[in-house]
Write a protein that binds this ligand. Structure first.
Ligand SMILES: NC(=O)c1ccc[n+]([C@@H]2O[C@H](COP(=O)([O-])OP(=O)(O)OC[C@H]3O[C@@H](n4cnc5c(N)ncnc54)[C@H](OP(=O)(O)O)[C@@H]3O)[C@@H](O)[C@H]2O)c1
Length: 283
């Protein structure tokens, strides 16, 4: 079986390629600069030549705040790039797994979002990712759309590592307490993404570590588990000046995965401990 990973050098892509090591597959790793999904002809020709059985599409413009002022680039990568991959996957008869986000929702529901809930993004990044979903649904039949949230892993910028770094410099940290979501460890996703992509159960999935918390609660857990003594103060989102709005509640109910595959991911608190171990911060 031939597997292509696009965005292979990113936070999730790196862990996923590590996860695939040792499996009896042919792995093609693609990322910038040799694979630029905004280059339509080259991307389609390359994929048609290789004809992977499964394409894992992890490439994205992921900076939520800069996307607000860099709209053309975010759209070109997240929407048009995904459109191109959907066409390429169709022509090469490949399955396509696309990572999407909890930020497709507006956060107003107040309880966990189901795959069947209506998206309504409130920031530009979320909009470009949702339009990517629509391109896939329109063009490819053999697709998996995986919405995840609040990712952290050792190969990318993320909240957990940021808190650890800030904690070295400041005694007191002010962290927003009015946004709720499900922190998710990239390493935990890998096995389940592979599981889904090897099936014929096409469609939309929510896939996150189980449980939910605010950023403030997550920061508290990081400080406590890492054995640090910093003080954490809760603040509201309007106290920090960020370009992009965030949904106030975007926890995702992993309904389809639990129902179809009879599996779920472990609680975020357990995953966090393993990440801190991976960083050699705890034993
Ligand atoms: N991080 C989160 O909290 C989060 C939450 C929900 C969903 N997701 C989704 O999960 C997926 C993986 O996220 P991640 O955090 O692992 O992202 P990431 O670390 O930013 O990785 C994305 C990769 O895509 C590459 N890329 C950017 N533009 C490209 C282009 N035009 N052609 C080919 N590759 C390109 C990036 O290269 P450069 O680094 O050189 O730009 C990077 O290697 C994304 O689809 C993201 O939207 C992430």
């Amino acid at each position: 079986m031939k597997i292509a990973v696009i965005g292979a050098n990113g936070m999730l892509g790196t862990d996923f390629c590590d996860f695939l090591r040792g499996k009896e597959i042919e792995l093609i790793k693609w990322d910038l600069p040799e694979m630029d999904i905004t280059n339509v002809d080259k991307t389609i020709n390359t994929i048609k030549k290789e004809k992977p059985n499964i394409i894992f599409h992890f490439a994205a413009y992921t900076d939520v705040d800069t996307a607000e002022n860099d709209k053309a680039k975010a759209y070109a990568i997240n929407t048009q790039g995904t459109w191109t991959l959907a066409l390429a996957a169709k022509e090469s008869k490949s399955k396509l797994l696309y990572m999407s986000t909890d930020y497709v929702f507006d956060g107003k529901k107040g309880i966990d979002y189901l795959e069947s809930d209506k998206p309504n993004p409130i920031n530009y990044y979320g909009l470009t990712k949702l339009l990517g979903e629509k391109a896939i649904i329109q063009h490819s039949k053999k697709y998996f759309i995986i919405r995840t949230s609040w990712l952290y892993g050792r190969n990318g910028k993320n909240f957990v590592s940021t808190i650890i770094n800030i904690a070295k410099e400041k005694d007191t940290l002010e962290i927003v307490s009015d946004q709720i979501g499900s922190p998710t460890y990239t390493k935990d996703l890998c096995r389940h993404l592979y599981n889904i992509a090897n099936s014929e159960h096409f469609g939309i999935y929510h896939l996150t570590n189980s449980g939910k918390c605010s950023w403030y609660e997550l920061a508290g857990a990081i400080i406590k588990e890492a054995g640090l003594k910093n003080k954490i103060l809760p603040i509201t989102s309007d106290k920090i000046n960020r370009a992009a709005k965030r949904p106030s509640y975007s926890a995702l109910e992993n309904f389809n995965y639990k129902t179809i595959f009879k599996q779920s991911l472990r609680p975020w608190q357990e995953a966090l401990k393993d990440y801190l171990k991976e960083l050699n911060l705890i034993q």
